[in-house]
Write a protein that binds this ligand. Sequence first.
Ligand code: NAD
Length: 372
Amino acid sequence: MPRPVEPEAALGAGFVHTFLPGRVVFGAGALDRVATEVEALGVRRVLVIATNSARAAADVVEAQLGDLFAGRIDGVAQHVPTEVAEDARAKAREAGADAVVAIGGGSAIGLAKAIALTTAAPPASEAVDGRAVVVVAVPTTYAGSEMTPVWGETTDGRKSTGTDVRVLPRVVVYDSVLSRELPLKVTAASVANAIAHCVEAVWTPKADPITELTAVEGLRALSNGMRDVLRAPGDLDARSNLLYGACLAGSALATAGTGLHHKLCHLLGGTYNLPHAETHAAVLPQVARVNASSVPQAKTRLEAALGTTDLAGGLFDLFQAAGVPTSLRELGLTEAQVAEATAAFKPTDNPIPVTEDLVREILTRAWSGTRP
Ligand code: NAD
């Protein structure tokens, strides 16, 4: 198993980091800048996708787009079911869309990515490369999908994922006003999802010093933002901190990829239909407990960012304080399913060998919600 190389050692040993292209527009009220950003891409016909809670924001964007507006999809489904994706692709073709603006969480952005993956823009489009439909993302949660070239689609209950730079949003507009009303429960789970991107980014096989810098700063912003939002849910500075952290977390995921933690969550979510964001909160402290000591420098930096001297325990305490479930039992998993999932899990690259005993230990503790 390749062991992740810690920053100082990596400078001598060498490393590879890919910077992904993309533009970030950040600020309270930045929604007003979406149409200007879209026009600057040289596109002609824009489809707007909005999650239900973002309909008012989509109305604003629709009005701003004027003649560029070519159609709208309201309401999205979790995990991009193929039927929903097919309808959206048909709508994009009918509208002759060469761009999609997605306003919402990972589900809305996921649907835009599904269009971009398989739909060619009309030949007359002046869009930057004139081939794929261009995605502009306006995230309203902290899942981070807007910063990644990762797509996902679910057919007959099985989720396939892949990486394709065509789905990477060309522009991301972060507006803290849009997430001010995100309920605390959804906020906390979404932050746990983003924190998982930051923590795992230091030990995946593709971890590198530049990604680690991003991930550590992401964890600092997310944990501070979470504590502040718990005190004042509508505070725009706190919401901005969370969006900034989400942006960094998504960037870290985009370059470091996934490892043991995300693969376990993927298995549990896909097989037992557990809620995506909440599953991260139950599993991450347990994976950190077994993995973190094999990347001691990164562990110390993450601990400083979190304001703790015990990464796994500190994560667990933050999630508990935020009111997000820290046990898989609370999410509806049974003990028998823990045994089944343990047997089904395929070993993956990890700083310490992934044996069946290790997976059982992680899942059993995550099931009962035992503090690491
Ligand atoms: P989501 O988009 O389903 O949103 C969660 C809930 O929040 C929904 O009920 C939604 O209606 C509501 N909501 C969204 N914005 C709101 C707002 N501003 N105010 C009130 N309610 C609001 O879920 P998510 O957690 O954002 O994303 C999860 C999905 O994203 C999963 O399918 C996951 O696999 C995917 N994901 C993909 C990547 C990637 O890189 N491709 C990364 C992270 C997550």
